[in-house]
Ligand binder design. Structure first.
Ligand SMILES: *[C@@H]1O[C@H](CO)[C@@H](O)[C@H](O)[C@H]1NC(C)=O
Ligand SMILES: *[C@@H]1O[C@H](CO)[C@@H](O)[C@H](O)[C@H]1NC(C)=O
Ligand SMILES: *[C@@H]1O[C@H](CO)[C@@H](O)[C@H](O)[C@H]1NC(C)=O
Ligand SMILES: *[C@@H]1O[C@H](CO)[C@@H](O)[C@H](O)[C@H]1NC(C)=O
Ligand SMILES: *[C@@H]1O[C@H](CO)[C@@H](O)[C@H](O)[C@H]1NC(C)=O
Ligand SMILES: *[C@@H]1O[C@H](CO)[C@@H](O)[C@H](O)[C@H]1NC(C)=O
Ligand SMILES: *[C@@H]1O[C@H](CO)[C@@H](O)[C@H](O)[C@H]1NC(C)=O
Ligand SMILES: *[C@@H]1O[C@H](CO)[C@@H](O)[C@H](O)[C@H]1NC(C)=O
Length: 369
């Protein structure tokens, strides 16, 4: 009888902890793989399950389960293809998606991105947006390259995890530089189509005639300003620091939107932001949004505080903030740059931009205020 009570009691405790989503102090904010349910977390760079597709290693610091279907953030680490992956191509097989709006952020190295008739070589922090039904392909073009793909809605990682081989990385190597994995041609053939929303195209409509990183010298590429089209169906490219920027004067932050409501049909926003060190007499604002938000640190160290825990996030670390969660963030070093965004169109980026002014420079002023 006693034993039965004990068991019932234990079951009750387990049951209660299963229904309370995150009892604040009870969870460790830092995880080593993406959680299988929605909760606040910080995941260190290059952690979590990884798979290898020819030369690219794919990880999903934010996946469909951890974001409740809102969005996925995938990270692809690679060197240029050492041998062909598919047919005679030294790039991803050209394809389009009908449900996924995919974005390409070159975190480092270089990633060439083809979209319909155009292409650009993206270098560090350049950006490309690929709405649904746009034919595209990419390749890695520098020896240590990283692509961060925010994709709306969540779940596209399931394709990569289906068609790739598990990557065993006891050293946390970004990718296996000297091991080349056989392309799983038959698995790939079985996976393409509506199941994972990957539709290959077989005609060669891509240009390979690059001059100074672009196939279209009539449009600026790292030699003039880029602006995003005011619609949600055209692919576009934004060179880092060559698109509109906003100064949040009080906080000393420069926000550079990459996707705003107009380019995503209100489904998500993406920006980069540089921030100065928080002054001794400043307090970090507490934010709370209905929709989930994320951060990835690009340079410096970003402090984040949520569920009563403060974590120093370094380069590559990712934070996921569910809708409704209160959080604060700040820099304690001189210069921090982050990639960030969220679902909907009234998250952190929009809130900051509303309090900011157009600013033609990439960095914050050398004075306070
Ligand atoms: C992603 O999660 C949502 C919500 O749980 C679900 O409806 C959807 O089917 C999932 N997508 C994939 C590709 O698994
Ligand atoms: C994508 O490629 C297909 C097949 O070649 C073509 O019919 C279609 O027009 C292309 N789409 C765009 C947006 O260029
Ligand atoms: C990939 O999907 C196929 C079915 O389409 C399935 O048979 C196979 O087990 C999956 N493989 C992995 C690694 O998920
Ligand atoms: C390649 O691009 C250059 C510069 O835009 C142009 O002058 C040349 O005609 C193009 N070559 C081909 C084969 O299209
Ligand atoms: C390529 O870049 C170089 C150096 O900036 C410049 O002199 C040259 O005019 C550019 N070529 C074209 C076709 O724009
Ligand atoms: C984006 O939002 C629109 C309405 O704002 C909705 O109709 C559409 O389904 C959303 N797209 C995706 C991929 O969820
Ligand atoms: C905060 O400190 C800075 C110098 O560190 C000073 O310039 C600024 O005026 C102070 N702000 C307030 C509100 O006291
Ligand atoms: C780019 O735009 C800024 C304003 O944001 C302007 O000051 C600058 O002159 C422009 N640069 C070029 C090359 O057009």
């Amino acid at each position: 009888m006693e034993a039965l009570h004990l068991i019932l009691g234990l079951l009750l405790v387990l049951r209660v902890s299963a229904i309370v989503p995150y009892p604040n102090h009870a969870i460790d904010l830092v995880v080593n793989e993406p959680p299988s349910y929605v909760r606040p977390y910080v995941i260190p760079d290059l952690s979590g399950p990884a798979v290898v597709l020819i030369n690219d290693v794919i990880r999903a610091p934010i996946n469909n389960e951890s974001s409740g279907g809102a969005f996925s953030v995938l990270q692809l680490n690679a060197q240029p293809y050492v041998r062909s992956g598919y047919g005679d191509l030294f790039q991803s097989p050209p394809h389009y998606h009908t449900r996924f709006h995919e974005t390409f952020f070159c975190y480092k190295g270089s990633v060439t991105l083809w979209a319909n008739g155009e292409a650009r070589m993206l270098t560090a922090q350049d950006f490309g947006s690929m709405p649904t039904y746009q034919n595209h392909s990419y390749s890695f073009t520098e020896p240590d390259s990283t692509l961060v793909a925010f994709i709306h809605p969540g779940g596209f990682e399931k394709f990569y995890f289906n068609v790739s081989a598990p990557f065993n990385d006891p050293t946390s190597a970004p990718f296996p530089p000297d091991i080349h994995t056989r392309f799983l041609e038959q698995t790939f053939e079985a996976a393409i189509g509506p199941k994972y929303d990957v539709f290959p195209i077989f005609n060669n409509q891509f240009s390979f005639n690059f001059t100074n990183g672009t196939t279209n010298p009539s449009l600026p590429w790292h030699n003039g300003n880029n602006t995003a089209p005011q619609d949600d169906h055209e692919p576009y490219y934004l060179a880092n620091n060559w698109s509109p920027k906003y100064l949040h004067r009080a906080k000393g932050r420069v926000i550079q939107p990459r996707v705003q409501a107009a380019q995503s049909a209100g489904n998500f926003t993406l920006s980069t932001m540089v921030m100065r060190r928080k002054l001794a007499n400043e307090t970090a604002t507490e934010y709370q949004f209905d929709a989930p938000q994320f951060f990835q640190v690009l340079e410096g160290v970003m402090m984040i505080r949520m569920v009563h825990q403060t974590v120093a996030m370094s380069t590559g670390d990712v934070a996921f903030i569910p809708g409704g969660t209160c959080f604060q963030y700040w820099s304690e070093v001189a210069f921090t740059k982050v990639y960030f965004g969220g679902s909907g169109s009234s998250g952190l980026s929009d809130t900051l931009i509303k309090q900011a002014e157009l600013w033609p420079y990439a960095v914050f002023p050398s004075y306070i205020g």
